[in-house]
Design a protein around this ligand. Structure first.
Ligand code: AP5
Length: 227
């Protein structure tokens, strides 16, 4: 599918617990379909690094593995989704995470006669998430994601995508914080599976398999939505 042939901008949501593979799959879909990945985790980490008011408020909350307030996250998402590049369609990675955020998204989209095209739930067992998160690292240059075991660069120490040789690990990828993030997911985000089921846009994907197999399943779903 060539993005130029897409008639209605798609609004896709990747739902799933920490470490489910949302970021990994969103980047692959972005490359394949010409959509824009919007990760509220990345936007918040940028705000923390830039020392903005939102970033200062979010820093300790993120380090504890709790959810940042709806007001801050909705404002960040609202500003980013209004940028011109998002007119070609977006993949929301890590947003919404609460019912308040889901309703705010519906309202934002309704203002421009859009709605959620599909909410894809990546389903993974809790123990697997811990394994995935504890081995995760990313390229410091382009943000491409890797894993100590599951996804290593073709040439050790060199990013496949941009050739950078520096990598980083996230401050919140430690056992204690992961437990809090999982708890927050089950209490506040998992109810969105029913929310999108009730809106008739939920798709479930078994995300326990290999990265490329899951990508194939997602491409089938997204291909139907953007065609
Ligand atoms: P965020 O950055 O969104 O983190 P998260 O939801 O915890 O998700 P992750 O990025 O940890 O996992 P992922 O599903 O993207 O997995 P990945 O593809 O990297 O949020 C961080 C914090 O910001 C939150 O805790 C909260 O404080 C705040 N926040 C963000 N959004 C918010 C919101 N809307 N409201 C309130 N607060 C918000 O994969 C993980 C690893 O596994 C990688 O190493 C990858 O290579 C590997 N992997 C991926 N798929 C597979 C596979 N199939 N098999 C084997 N390995 C795999």
């Amino acid at each position: 599918m060539d993005a130029a042939t897409t008639t209605t901008p798609a609004v896709l949501i990747l739902l799933g617990p920490p470490g489910a593979g949302k970021g990994t799959q969103a980047r692959m879909l972005e490359d394949k379909f010409g959509l824009v990945q919007l990760s509220t985790g990345d936007l918040l980490r940028d705000a923390v690094a830039a020392g903005t008011e939102a970033g200062k408020a979010a820093k300790a909350v993120m380090e504890a593995g709790d959810l940042v307030s709806d007001g801050i996250v909705i404002a960040i998402l609202r500003d980013r989704i209004a940028e011109p590049d998002c007119a070609k369609g977006v993949i929301l990675d890590g947003f919404p995470r609460t019912t308040v955020q889901a309703e705010a998204l519906d309202g934002l989209l309704a203002a421009t006669d859009q709605k959620v095209s599909a909410a894809i739930s990546l389903e993974v067992e809790d123990a697997e998430m811990v394994t995935r998160i504890s081995g995760r690292y990313t390229c410091a240059g382009c943000g491409e994601g890797y894993h100590d075991v599951y996804k290593t660069p073709a040439v050790e120490g060199v990013c496949d995508k941009c050739g950078n040789t520096e990598f980083k690990r996230r401050a919140d990828d430690n056992a204690e914080t992961v437990a809090s993030r999982l708890k927050a997911y089950h209490a506040q985000t998992a109810p969105l599976i029913d929310y999108y089921q009730n809106h008739g846009v939920l798709k479930r994907v078994d995300a326990m398999g290999k990265i490329n197999d899951i990508a194939g399943d997602l491409e089938g779903i997204v291909g139907e939505v953007v065609s």
